[in-house]
Design a protein around this ligand. Structure first.
Ligand code: SAH
Ligand code: SF4
Length: 351
Protein backbone atom coordinates (compact mmCIF):
# COMPACT_ATOMS: atom_id res chain seq x y z
CA UNK A 1 0.00 0.00 0.00
CA UNK A 2 1.30 3.46 -0.87
CA UNK A 3 1.87 6.07 1.76
CA UNK A 4 0.31 9.50 1.71
CA UNK A 5 3.77 10.97 2.25
CA UNK A 6 5.07 9.30 -0.93
CA UNK A 7 3.18 11.79 -3.10
CA UNK A 8 4.09 15.27 -4.27
CA UNK A 9 1.62 18.09 -4.76
CA UNK A 10 1.41 17.31 -8.47
CA UNK A 11 0.76 13.63 -7.70
CA UNK A 12 -2.18 14.63 -5.48
CA UNK A 13 -3.39 16.84 -8.24
CA UNK A 14 -3.36 13.86 -10.62
CA UNK A 15 -5.08 11.66 -8.04
CA UNK A 16 -7.84 14.24 -7.56
CA UNK A 17 -8.34 14.42 -11.30
CA UNK A 18 -8.63 10.64 -11.60
CA UNK A 19 -11.15 10.68 -8.80
CA UNK A 20 -13.18 13.48 -10.38
CA UNK A 21 -12.27 15.98 -7.70
CA UNK A 22 -11.49 19.67 -8.21
CA UNK A 23 -7.83 20.72 -8.24
CA UNK A 24 -8.02 22.71 -5.01
CA UNK A 25 -8.46 19.42 -3.14
CA UNK A 26 -4.76 18.76 -3.77
CA UNK A 27 -3.94 21.98 -1.87
CA UNK A 28 -6.26 20.91 0.93
CA UNK A 29 -4.56 17.54 1.11
CA UNK A 30 -1.09 19.11 1.36
CA UNK A 31 -2.41 21.46 4.02
CA UNK A 32 -3.75 18.57 6.14
CA UNK A 33 -0.58 16.57 5.76
CA UNK A 34 2.09 19.23 6.17
CA UNK A 35 0.55 22.27 7.91
CA UNK A 36 -2.12 20.79 10.16
CA UNK A 37 -0.19 17.52 10.35
CA UNK A 38 -3.10 15.21 11.16
CA UNK A 39 -2.52 11.50 11.55
CA UNK A 40 -5.82 10.21 10.17
CA UNK A 41 -7.81 10.79 6.97
CA UNK A 42 -10.94 10.92 9.14
CA UNK A 43 -9.65 14.21 10.60
CA UNK A 44 -9.56 15.91 7.19
CA UNK A 45 -12.87 17.56 7.86
CA UNK A 46 -13.17 19.68 4.71
CA UNK A 47 -12.83 16.66 2.40
CA UNK A 48 -16.00 14.75 1.41
CA UNK A 49 -16.63 11.74 3.62
CA UNK A 50 -16.66 9.29 0.71
CA UNK A 51 -13.32 10.57 -0.45
CA UNK A 52 -11.81 10.19 3.00
CA UNK A 53 -12.92 6.55 2.95
CA UNK A 54 -11.37 5.98 -0.48
CA UNK A 55 -8.14 7.60 0.72
CA UNK A 56 -7.89 5.34 3.75
CA UNK A 57 -8.45 2.30 1.54
CA UNK A 58 -5.65 3.37 -0.81
CA UNK A 59 -3.04 5.01 1.40
CA UNK A 60 -1.32 4.47 4.68
CA UNK A 61 -1.06 7.72 6.61
CA UNK A 62 0.81 6.84 9.76
CA UNK A 63 3.59 4.52 8.68
CA UNK A 64 5.78 4.80 11.79
CA UNK A 65 5.18 3.62 15.32
CA UNK A 66 7.36 5.16 18.03
CA UNK A 67 9.15 2.39 19.93
CA UNK A 68 11.28 4.69 22.08
CA UNK A 69 11.91 8.39 22.30
CA UNK A 70 14.89 9.51 24.40
CA UNK A 71 15.85 13.09 25.17
CA UNK A 72 19.43 13.81 26.18
CA UNK A 73 20.72 16.55 28.44
CA UNK A 74 21.55 18.78 25.43
CA UNK A 75 18.00 18.51 24.06
CA UNK A 76 18.81 15.98 21.34
CA UNK A 77 15.88 13.62 20.78
CA UNK A 78 16.52 10.18 19.46
CA UNK A 79 13.60 8.22 18.06
CA UNK A 80 13.44 4.50 17.43
CA UNK A 81 10.56 3.83 15.04
CA UNK A 82 8.98 0.59 13.83
CA UNK A 83 7.99 0.44 10.17
CA UNK A 84 4.73 -1.22 9.15
CA UNK A 85 6.59 -4.52 8.58
CA UNK A 86 8.23 -4.41 11.99
CA UNK A 87 11.73 -3.24 11.02
CA UNK A 88 13.27 -0.68 13.35
CA UNK A 89 14.90 2.58 12.20
CA UNK A 90 16.38 5.64 13.91
CA UNK A 91 15.84 9.36 13.56
CA UNK A 92 17.63 12.07 15.52
CA UNK A 93 16.50 15.62 16.22
CA UNK A 94 19.34 18.02 17.08
CA UNK A 95 19.38 21.59 18.32
CA UNK A 96 21.94 24.01 16.93
CA UNK A 97 22.32 27.74 17.33
CA UNK A 98 20.95 28.06 13.77
CA UNK A 99 17.84 25.99 14.51
CA UNK A 100 16.57 22.45 14.72
CA UNK A 101 17.81 19.77 12.36
CA UNK A 102 16.65 16.23 11.80
CA UNK A 103 18.87 13.32 10.76
CA UNK A 104 17.00 10.72 8.73
CA UNK A 105 17.46 7.06 7.85
CA UNK A 106 17.20 5.92 4.21
CA UNK A 107 17.59 2.14 4.47
CA UNK A 108 16.91 -0.62 6.99
CA UNK A 109 20.57 -1.47 7.60
CA UNK A 110 23.27 -0.95 5.03
CA UNK A 111 25.27 -3.21 2.72
CA UNK A 112 28.32 -0.98 2.39
CA UNK A 113 30.10 -2.60 5.32
CA UNK A 114 32.23 0.23 6.76
CA UNK A 115 34.27 -1.29 9.57
CA UNK A 116 33.46 1.42 12.15
CA UNK A 117 29.70 1.58 11.61
CA UNK A 118 26.93 -0.02 13.65
CA UNK A 119 24.34 0.42 10.89
CA UNK A 120 25.83 -2.24 8.68
CA UNK A 121 26.21 -4.99 11.29
CA UNK A 122 23.15 -6.94 10.15
CA UNK A 123 23.52 -6.12 6.44
CA UNK A 124 20.77 -4.50 4.37
CA UNK A 125 17.17 -5.54 4.99
CA UNK A 126 15.43 -3.21 2.58
CA UNK A 127 15.21 0.30 1.17
CA UNK A 128 12.86 2.85 2.66
CA UNK A 129 10.32 4.52 0.41
CA UNK A 130 10.35 8.31 0.06
CA UNK A 131 7.25 8.45 2.26
CA UNK A 132 8.95 6.51 5.03
CA UNK A 133 11.77 9.06 5.00
CA UNK A 134 9.30 11.97 4.95
CA UNK A 135 7.39 10.38 7.83
CA UNK A 136 10.50 10.58 10.04
CA UNK A 137 10.67 14.35 9.61
CA UNK A 138 6.92 14.62 10.21
CA UNK A 139 7.15 12.57 13.41
CA UNK A 140 9.96 14.82 14.64
CA UNK A 141 7.94 17.93 13.72
CA UNK A 142 4.84 16.58 15.47
CA UNK A 143 6.95 15.89 18.60
CA UNK A 144 8.05 19.55 18.45
CA UNK A 145 4.45 20.71 17.94
CA UNK A 146 3.46 18.85 21.10
CA UNK A 147 5.93 20.82 23.20
CA UNK A 148 5.08 24.05 21.42
CA UNK A 149 8.40 24.42 19.71
CA UNK A 150 9.64 25.79 16.45
CA UNK A 151 9.80 24.23 13.01
CA UNK A 152 12.39 21.81 11.71
CA UNK A 153 14.86 24.07 9.94
CA UNK A 154 17.27 21.69 8.27
CA UNK A 155 17.70 18.04 7.36
CA UNK A 156 20.75 15.84 7.17
CA UNK A 157 20.55 12.50 5.38
CA UNK A 158 23.09 10.84 7.63
CA UNK A 159 21.09 8.24 9.54
CA UNK A 160 21.14 4.52 8.86
CA UNK A 161 21.82 3.48 5.27
CA UNK A 162 23.56 4.68 2.13
CA UNK A 163 21.24 7.22 0.44
CA UNK A 164 22.95 6.80 -2.94
CA UNK A 165 22.07 3.10 -2.91
CA UNK A 166 18.45 4.19 -2.56
CA UNK A 167 18.75 7.03 -5.03
CA UNK A 168 15.20 7.43 -6.38
CA UNK A 169 13.54 7.47 -2.98
CA UNK A 170 16.14 9.91 -1.65
CA UNK A 171 15.54 12.29 -4.57
CA UNK A 172 11.78 12.06 -4.20
CA UNK A 173 12.21 12.76 -0.47
CA UNK A 174 14.23 15.90 -1.27
CA UNK A 175 11.55 17.12 -3.63
CA UNK A 176 8.74 16.50 -1.15
CA UNK A 177 10.61 18.33 1.65
CA UNK A 178 11.22 21.24 -0.68
CA UNK A 179 7.61 21.50 -1.88
CA UNK A 180 6.01 24.90 -1.45
CA UNK A 181 2.79 23.32 -0.18
CA UNK A 182 4.74 21.00 2.13
CA UNK A 183 7.22 21.80 4.89
CA UNK A 184 9.01 23.95 2.32
CA UNK A 185 12.49 23.27 3.65
CA UNK A 186 14.96 25.01 1.37
CA UNK A 187 17.37 22.83 -0.59
CA UNK A 188 20.25 24.76 0.95
CA UNK A 189 19.09 23.51 4.32
CA UNK A 190 19.39 19.87 3.30
CA UNK A 191 22.61 17.83 3.20
CA UNK A 192 23.03 14.32 1.88
CA UNK A 193 25.99 12.21 2.91
CA UNK A 194 27.48 9.36 0.90
CA UNK A 195 30.25 6.84 1.45
CA UNK A 196 31.34 7.49 -2.14
CA UNK A 197 29.09 5.70 -4.65
CA UNK A 198 30.83 7.24 -7.65
CA UNK A 199 28.21 6.87 -10.44
CA UNK A 200 25.57 8.36 -8.15
CA UNK A 201 27.79 11.37 -7.41
CA UNK A 202 27.91 12.16 -11.17
CA UNK A 203 24.17 11.69 -11.42
CA UNK A 204 23.56 13.89 -8.40
CA UNK A 205 25.84 16.61 -9.79
CA UNK A 206 23.82 16.61 -13.00
CA UNK A 207 20.56 17.16 -11.09
CA UNK A 208 21.93 20.65 -10.39
CA UNK A 209 20.20 20.93 -7.03
CA UNK A 210 21.09 23.36 -4.28
CA UNK A 211 21.24 20.48 -1.79
CA UNK A 212 24.56 20.10 0.07
CA UNK A 213 26.69 17.03 -0.50
CA UNK A 214 29.00 15.46 2.08
CA UNK A 215 31.49 12.71 1.27
CA UNK A 216 32.49 10.27 4.00
CA UNK A 217 36.17 10.12 3.22
CA UNK A 218 37.74 8.86 6.48
CA UNK A 219 41.12 8.05 4.93
CA UNK A 220 43.59 10.07 2.81
CA UNK A 221 44.91 7.18 0.70
CA UNK A 222 43.50 4.18 -1.10
CA UNK A 223 45.25 1.50 1.02
CA UNK A 224 43.96 2.83 4.30
CA UNK A 225 40.55 3.60 2.88
CA UNK A 226 40.18 0.03 1.63
CA UNK A 227 40.92 -1.27 5.10
CA UNK A 228 38.23 0.93 6.67
CA UNK A 229 35.65 1.13 3.89
CA UNK A 230 35.23 -1.84 1.54
CA UNK A 231 33.36 0.50 -0.84
CA UNK A 232 36.84 1.65 -1.89
CA UNK A 233 37.37 -1.66 -3.73
CA UNK A 234 34.33 -0.90 -5.88
CA UNK A 235 35.00 2.83 -6.16
CA UNK A 236 38.71 3.61 -5.58
CA UNK A 237 39.76 6.90 -4.02
CA UNK A 238 41.19 8.25 -7.31
CA UNK A 239 37.81 7.78 -9.03
CA UNK A 240 36.01 9.26 -6.04
CA UNK A 241 38.21 12.37 -6.20
CA UNK A 242 37.52 12.76 -9.93
CA UNK A 243 33.81 12.60 -9.21
CA UNK A 244 34.25 15.23 -6.49
CA UNK A 245 36.01 17.56 -8.93
CA UNK A 246 33.18 17.02 -11.40
CA UNK A 247 30.58 17.79 -8.74
CA UNK A 248 32.26 21.06 -7.76
CA UNK A 249 32.75 22.17 -11.38
CA UNK A 250 29.21 21.26 -12.42
CA UNK A 251 27.33 22.69 -9.46
CA UNK A 252 29.66 25.48 -8.37
CA UNK A 253 28.99 24.30 -4.85
CA UNK A 254 31.42 23.60 -2.08
CA UNK A 255 31.79 19.99 -0.94
CA UNK A 256 32.02 18.77 2.62
CA UNK A 257 34.37 15.93 3.48
CA UNK A 258 33.68 13.99 6.63
CA UNK A 259 36.70 12.47 8.29
CA UNK A 260 36.27 10.17 11.28
CA UNK A 261 39.18 10.18 13.69
CA UNK A 262 40.05 6.68 14.86
CA UNK A 263 42.91 6.27 17.31
CA UNK A 264 46.14 5.07 15.68
CA UNK A 265 44.37 4.16 12.44
CA UNK A 266 43.88 7.35 10.46
CA UNK A 267 44.67 10.12 12.96
CA UNK A 268 48.44 10.56 12.73
CA UNK A 269 50.21 13.73 11.53
CA UNK A 270 51.18 12.02 8.27
CA UNK A 271 47.48 11.34 7.56
CA UNK A 272 46.63 14.99 8.18
CA UNK A 273 49.34 16.05 5.73
CA UNK A 274 48.12 13.58 3.11
CA UNK A 275 44.57 14.80 3.57
CA UNK A 276 45.68 18.41 3.20
CA UNK A 277 47.49 17.57 -0.03
CA UNK A 278 44.61 15.53 -1.40
CA UNK A 279 42.09 18.33 -0.89
CA UNK A 280 44.22 21.44 -1.25
CA UNK A 281 42.99 22.42 -4.73
CA UNK A 282 39.32 21.68 -4.07
CA UNK A 283 36.52 24.02 -3.03
CA UNK A 284 35.67 22.14 0.15
CA UNK A 285 35.73 21.99 3.88
CA UNK A 286 36.49 19.19 6.24
CA UNK A 287 34.42 18.02 9.16
CA UNK A 288 36.50 16.09 11.68
CA UNK A 289 34.41 13.60 13.65
CA UNK A 290 35.79 11.91 16.75
CA UNK A 291 34.53 8.33 16.39
CA UNK A 292 31.69 7.13 18.55
CA UNK A 293 32.84 3.90 20.03
CA UNK A 294 30.71 1.00 18.86
CA UNK A 295 30.95 -1.98 21.20
CA UNK A 296 31.07 -4.47 18.37
CA UNK A 297 34.08 -2.70 16.82
CA UNK A 298 37.53 -2.53 18.28
CA UNK A 299 38.17 1.16 17.62
CA UNK A 300 38.95 3.99 19.96
CA UNK A 301 38.74 7.72 19.93
CA UNK A 302 41.65 9.98 19.10
CA UNK A 303 42.94 11.87 22.16
CA UNK A 304 41.90 15.55 22.29
CA UNK A 305 45.37 16.94 21.69
CA UNK A 306 45.77 14.93 18.55
CA UNK A 307 42.34 16.02 17.29
CA UNK A 308 43.46 19.67 17.51
CA UNK A 309 46.86 18.89 16.04
CA UNK A 310 45.15 17.10 13.11
CA UNK A 311 42.92 20.10 12.55
CA UNK A 312 45.88 22.52 12.59
CA UNK A 313 47.78 20.50 10.02
CA UNK A 314 44.81 20.24 7.65
CA UNK A 315 44.16 23.97 7.98
CA UNK A 316 47.81 24.72 7.16
CA UNK A 317 46.88 23.62 3.60
CA UNK A 318 44.32 26.41 3.38
CA UNK A 319 41.36 24.13 4.06
CA UNK A 320 38.73 25.01 6.61
CA UNK A 321 38.40 22.14 9.08
CA UNK A 322 35.90 22.00 11.92
CA UNK A 323 35.55 19.49 14.72
CA UNK A 324 32.02 18.16 14.92
CA UNK A 325 30.14 19.05 18.04
CA UNK A 326 28.61 16.00 19.58
CA UNK A 327 24.92 15.51 20.13
CA UNK A 328 23.30 13.20 22.60
CA UNK A 329 26.24 10.94 23.30
CA UNK A 330 24.51 9.94 26.53
CA UNK A 331 21.67 8.39 24.48
CA UNK A 332 23.49 6.38 21.79
CA UNK A 333 23.03 9.07 19.16
CA UNK A 334 25.64 7.59 16.81
CA UNK A 335 24.10 6.14 13.68
CA UNK A 336 22.70 2.70 14.07
CA UNK A 337 23.60 2.26 17.71
CA UNK A 338 20.10 2.42 19.11
CA UNK A 339 18.84 0.03 16.46
CA UNK A 340 21.78 -2.33 17.05
CA UNK A 341 20.90 -2.43 20.74
CA UNK A 342 17.26 -3.01 19.93
CA UNK A 343 18.16 -5.94 17.66
CA UNK A 344 20.41 -7.39 20.35
CA UNK A 345 17.60 -7.28 22.87
CA UNK A 346 15.26 -8.95 20.43
CA UNK A 347 17.70 -11.76 19.70
CA UNK A 348 18.11 -12.37 23.42
CA UNK A 349 14.41 -12.99 23.75
CA UNK A 350 13.24 -16.56 23.13
CA UNK A 351 11.34 -16.56 19.83
N1 SAH B 1 25.91 6.06 4.39
C1 SAH B 1 26.18 7.45 4.37
C2 SAH B 1 25.30 8.25 5.30
C3 SAH B 1 25.01 7.64 6.62
S1 SAH B 1 26.39 7.45 7.71
C4 SAH B 1 27.64 7.72 4.64
O1 SAH B 1 28.34 6.80 5.00
O2 SAH B 1 28.05 8.86 4.45
C5 SAH B 1 26.60 9.11 8.28
C6 SAH B 1 27.96 9.43 8.85
O3 SAH B 1 28.16 8.74 10.10
C7 SAH B 1 29.08 8.99 7.95
O4 SAH B 1 30.03 10.01 7.76
C8 SAH B 1 29.64 7.82 8.69
O5 SAH B 1 30.94 7.57 8.31
C9 SAH B 1 29.46 8.25 10.13
N2 SAH B 1 29.66 7.18 11.10
C10 SAH B 1 29.51 5.86 10.94
N3 SAH B 1 29.88 5.18 12.05
C11 SAH B 1 30.28 6.11 12.93
C12 SAH B 1 30.80 6.04 14.28
N4 SAH B 1 30.98 4.89 14.90
N5 SAH B 1 31.13 7.22 14.87
C13 SAH B 1 30.96 8.40 14.24
N6 SAH B 1 30.48 8.52 13.00
C14 SAH B 1 30.15 7.40 12.34
FE1 SF4 C 1 26.61 2.35 5.43
FE2 SF4 C 1 27.31 4.93 5.88
FE3 SF4 C 1 27.52 3.05 7.80
FE4 SF4 C 1 29.17 2.99 5.75
S1 SF4 C 1 29.02 4.62 7.30
S2 SF4 C 1 28.11 1.22 6.61
S3 SF4 C 1 27.83 3.64 4.10
S4 SF4 C 1 25.65 3.79 6.86
Amino acid sequence: MRMAYDLRHKDWYAWMKENNQPAFRADQMMDWLYQKRVSSFADMSNLPKKMRETLSEQFRLEPLKTLTQQTSSDGTIKFLFALHDGHAIETVLMRHNYGISVCVTTQVGCRVGCTFCASTLGGLKRNLTAGEIVAQVMKAQIALDEIGEERVKSIVIMGIGEPFENYEATLQFLRIMNEEHGLHIGQRHITVSTSGIVPAIYRFADEKLQVGLAISLHAPNQELRKSLMPVSYRHPLSELMEACHYYIETTGRRLTFEYLLIKDRNDQDQHAHQLGQLLSNLNCYVNLIPINTVVERDMERTPRNQIFQFQRIVESYGIKATIRREHGTDIDAACGQLRAKHLDKKSEQPS
